[in-house]
Write a protein that binds this ligand. Sequence first.
Ligand SMILES: NC(=O)c1ccc[n+]([C@@H]2O[C@H](COP(=O)([O-])OP(=O)(O)OC[C@H]3O[C@@H](n4cnc5c(N)ncnc54)[C@H](OP(=O)(O)O)[C@@H]3O)[C@@H](O)[C@H]2O)c1
Length: 296
Amino acid sequence: MVREVNQGRNNNLKVAIIGSNGQLGTDLIVTAPLDVEIISVPRSALELTDIDQIENFFDSNDFSWVINAAAFHKTLECEKRVEKTFNVNAFSVKKMAELCRGKMINFFQISTDYVFGPNQAKRPFVETDPVNPLNVYGASKASAEFFLNYILPDNHYIGRISSLFGKAGSSGKGTNFVYTMLQKAEDNAEIKVIDDIFMSPTYTIDAGKLIWEIIQDHKKNGIYHLSNSGGCSWYTFTKEILKQAGFKDVKITPISKETFGSNVVRPSYTVLGTNHNLNRSHWKDGLNDFLAEIQY
Ligand SMILES: NC(=O)c1ccc[n+]([C@@H]2O[C@H](COP(=O)([O-])OP(=O)(O)OC[C@H]3O[C@@H](n4cnc5c(N)ncnc54)[C@H](OP(=O)(O)O)[C@@H]3O)[C@@H](O)[C@H]2O)c1
């Protein structure tokens, strides 16, 4: 059953949010402008691997925008379950794009820094840089971008984000990196963190606000990098989390990704820059706002 929220709001814009109970989906609802009517679409209302359900959802609901914040993104499981990964992350998007084309609906796809691969220039990736995914998850998200570009050239938006933290925590992963580090510090556990992978930590509230700004301001369709600005290694991020949270005596040890060990190939430098004129907050400010929001 599709749950409608914000009823009674001005009917100008009606937006279906797919993946609405996820970490970002939750804060897309929190940050929604008051004059937007939202159709909240958790997985229980729409299973993206079921093409009949997708058709039925588009047939029986009326909206002018879709924001797709759903994804299967447990990277190690994605490597093992390639078909499922592409069904959830790419073929559902292809189907939805086809349905949007017939109805003149705009599609806002949430994508990832993992569409990128090696970064020889060691400068932030911008929207015009070519994608080159290194793992199954990244490939599935890059495929979704391809389908949108091909099927819905004038009515799609792609918002790439990275390393999310939000109050709800990732429903796919059961937590997020900030919560995990705070818990370790609370437990006085030994903390070893990778210091040779660099990314742009991103607060879901900040990403949500940018997404609504793009929609409300009728910005030109295309790709947008919607992470918080700046970048850091996971080690630097951890030091800042514990510093801002007031943990003084926790020992944090920087390690290499080789020492950490993983069965998933990950890009080493996916800090996201932008060619657009966007008012992106710095990741340290996003972290500060997040810590003010949660109980820890
Ligand atoms: N988390 C990150 O660090 C990160 C980084 C870069 C980009 N992103 C992108 O940001 C977006 C939001 O991520 P997030 O952290 O908010 O994820 P999340 O908390 O795990 O939420 C994912 C959402 O997708 C839904 N979903 C998963 N499989 C589905 C399926 N087969 N059918 C229908 N719905 C399904 C989940 O529903 P259930 O909870 O009911 O399963 C949940 O609502 C995703 O597009 C992701 O690729 C995330």
